[in-house]
Design a protein around this ligand. Sequence first.
Ligand SMILES: Nc1ncnc2c1ncn2[C@@H]1O[C@H](COP(=O)(O)OP(=O)(O)O)[C@@H](O)[C@H]1O
Ligand SMILES: [Mg+2]
Length: 301
Amino acid sequence: MKIAILSKGGANYSTRRLKEVARARGHEVRVINYAKCYVSIEKNHPVVRYKGESLDEFDAVIPRIAQSYTKYGTAIVRQFENQGAYATASSIAIVRSRDKLRAYQILAKAGVGIPKTVFARETANFEDVVELAGGTPLIIKVARGTHGNGVVLAETPKAAKAVMQAFYVEGVNFLVQEFVKESAGEDIRALVVGSRVVASVKRQSLDGDFRSNTHQGGEGSAVKLTEEETKTAIKAAKAMGLPICGVDMMRSSNGPLVLEVNSSASLKTPELVTRRDVATKIIEYVERNAKRRNKKDKVGA
Ligand SMILES: Nc1ncnc2c1ncn2[C@@H]1O[C@H](COP(=O)(O)OP(=O)(O)O)[C@@H](O)[C@H]1O
Ligand SMILES: [Mg+2]
């Protein structure tokens, strides 16, 4: 099979592992820097160009699109989809997952537990907004943040109002969210492949921060999920249309609450701390699903 890993970082752990495993399993695999791709959009003829060459032969693409490249990256993924390639994360699913508000709406509709979340535009009904989110302390987070940047803990109504006003003035969309204090500084990430959780890690902040992102100095360790957590992760992945993803959850006193679903979750910490071979699971999934899709296309043709 011809597989493209769409990644800006060829030396990145996840990209290296996927490439290594795909190659060992006999596939032709290339790492393509999607940021350097350009496309020509013509009637019935989707072209992707890369360093002066046309790319049009991939059976499957594995998108690993950086948050800051969401728009450009997903346009490139869409072009590969238009060529008939199977994508482990579809362009539409990536776009949905990158917008926290949109993602929470999808998850809530599918019956997945999420923290109480409020979206508002003005401070006119400030008291009501705070009450809906369960009162202070509460979390205010920008709709398109990542790595814990843009997530604020407001301890008092005064602080909450000031933060919201600052965001309004800057024109930044944000969410007001219940602070899940039982889980402060700790969350779990379940890596889902297909309809199974293949590895799960607990991330804990090391410096007393309420944010557990490893980019913020959090540390990861292997964790065993409860049945409810496993079910929640799988349901969240399904709702988001992301068969391969990392589902972040907090352990609240009311069970697991999903924080976000990542379309290009890193394999590094999960593989290193659980010693599970996640990359092989992903490539096996690609083999099963890209083939099926190609067969379907041929039948339909
Ligand atoms: N409602 C919340 N209650 C308690 N902690 C939270 C809440 N929301 C986020 N956090 C903490 O902040 C971290 C970052 O939040 P998250 O929504 O995942 O944003 P990002 O996309 O920036 O990672 C989470 O991993 C979690 O540790
Ligand atoms: Mg996060």
